[in-house]
Design a protein around this ligand. Structure first.
Ligand code: NAD
Length: 427
């Protein structure tokens, strides 16, 4: 078993540190945010991630996981140091590497000879060399181990990943990182550093393109009078296409797809290459947000001025508390921009700073007096909402379900009116 330090205990760092500790390694998690460290020490998760709390309790009890605000304590005995810090979008669309470089510089004099610094943050091609330069020590190796977890399913994705990718200059170094996952049974891919870095961006960008295409086709279905569910089902049976990621929605978002698609476009740019598909997917996604706002506005007679819209869901997907680049927020901004007032409920969010938006504590409070109800996140608990109670509380009857969570028949029986929707029919 190895000694491992994890730098940054956000969504990825927490899953990585808790997951590696559960495999039997001795892990120390370090974060510059001491509040997160104190929570971890107390056995509390700073994020909502189903199932992670149970494993956290187990690895704290076994003492396989510790947390610290002392960087030297975290890294000086570690054989492997996983960097899990943010790589947000820079002003020009490229990935901002400053957190990765700052973390590398901060640890460089503390590392023990022979240690391997493993980048888990999503970083563009060429970043490994920049990390090597920031560390500036020939006795330290650098590897790239991109993370593919989905928030809301992070535990499942750590324990049963579709694949693990590790890239390094030498196969020995890449293999030493891969060996940390020896208890995990999945395809294991050893690559060069640039390949590992590109696999992550290419995967996220492909998924974003797939979703944009699905949303475009769903809009076409609405216009042509076809049921998007029937069309997606018919498409998905083609094994070359597959039936996953074929659900229409209000547009994609979250902390990864928006920045990673723009970063891929920027990487191509830096090589003087045109890859127009990714830019088209980004533009299509903005259209998807706009189409939801259009549908609500048209259903309310062509104007949102003076109208109150109840919204169910603020997070970018279900089973997370993450609202970063949430499509729900993108749609809400458009509703407010057109003169509407939005009252929202989300199971995980009790406040969000946005003028024109108030966040309330239950679906019925959100619906009270509203002219329309819009579902923007696919929380399973929305399926169980009492349709009659909601419709009775509203002052209108329009319901737009962008996530296909409501049973239309039950809601229609309760008096709801569904304008043309790009969601498949509830079954
Ligand atoms: P996050 O914002 O949740 O967590 C980052 C953490 O790093 C924060 O706790 C922050 O305090 C800490 N930090 C920043 N600078 C630091 C430093 N110098 N030393 C120590 N800690 C520092 O971010 P995240 O969602 O976990 O994403 C991290 C990286 O992983 C990004 O590159 C992201 O693109 C990638 N990624 C994210 C996901 C996801 O679903 N969130 C999935 C795959 C890959």
């Amino acid at each position: 078993m190895s000694k491992i330090a994890v730098i940054g205990t956000g969504y990825v760092g927490l899953t990585t540190s808790i997951g590696l500790a559960s495999l039997g390694h001795e892990v120390i998690g370090y974060d510059i945010d001491s509040a997160k460290v104190e929570m971890l020490k107390a056995g509390k998760l700073p994020i909502h991630e189903p199932g992670l709390d149970v494993i956290l309790a187990a690895v704290l009890k076994s003492k396989n996981l510790q947390a610290t605000s002392d960087l030297a304590l975290a890294v000086s005995n570690a054989d492997f140091i996983f960097t899990c810090v943010p790589t947000p979008q820079d002003e020009d669309g490229s990935a901002d590497l400053s957190y990765v470089i700052a973390a590398s510089k901060a640890m460089k004099d503390l590392l023990k000879p022979g240690a391997v610094v493993v980048t888990k943050s999503t970083v563009p091609v060429g970043s490994a060399q920049r990390v090597e330069a920031a560390i500036g020590r020939s006795d330290i190796n650098v590897a790239s181990n991109p993370e593919f977890l989905r928030e809301g399913a992070a535990v499942q994705d750590f324990e049963h990943p579709d694949r693990i990718v590790v890239g390094a200059r030498s196969t020995e170094v890449a293999q030493s990182v891969m060996d940390l996952y020896s208890k995990i049974d999945c395809p294991k891919v050893l690559t060069s550093q640039p390949a590992a870095e590109l696999i992550k961006y290419a995967s996220n960008s492909f998924l974003a393109i797939k979703l944009s295409f699905v949303n475009d086709v769903a809009a076409l279905c609405d216009a042509a009078g076809a049921d998007p569910g029937e069309v997606m089902n018919g498409m998905g049976l083609d094994t070359r296409i597959g039936n996953r990621f074929l659900e229409p929605g209000p547009g994609w978002g979250g902390s990864c797809f928006p920045k990673d698609t723009r970063a891929l476009a920027s990487i191509a740019d830096s090589f003087g290459l045109q890859i127009p598909l990714i830019n088209a997917a980004i533009a299509s996604n903005e259209m998807a947000h706009k189409r939801v706002a259009d549908r609500v506005m048209n259903a309310l007679g062509g104007s949102l001025v003076g109208k109150t819209i109840a919204v169910l869901g603020l997070t970018f997907k279900a089973d997370t508390d993450d609202t970063r680049e949430s499509p729900a927020i993108a749609v809400i901004e458009r509703l407010i921009g057109r003169g509407g007032k939005v009252v929202a409920f989300d199971p995980m969010i009790n406040q969000y700073e946005l003028s024109g938006l108030s966040v309330v504590t239950s679906p019925v409070v959100a619906a009270t007096g509203a002219h329309a109800l819009v579902v923007l996140t696919e929380w399973a608990e929305f399926k169980a909402i009492d349709a009659k109670q909601i419709i009775d509380a509203m002052s209108g009857t329009v319901v737009v379900d962008t996530r296909n969570v409501l049973n239309q028949k039950i809601w229609q029986d309760a008096g709801a009116t569904f304008p043309n929707t790009s969601a498949t029919k509830a079954v």
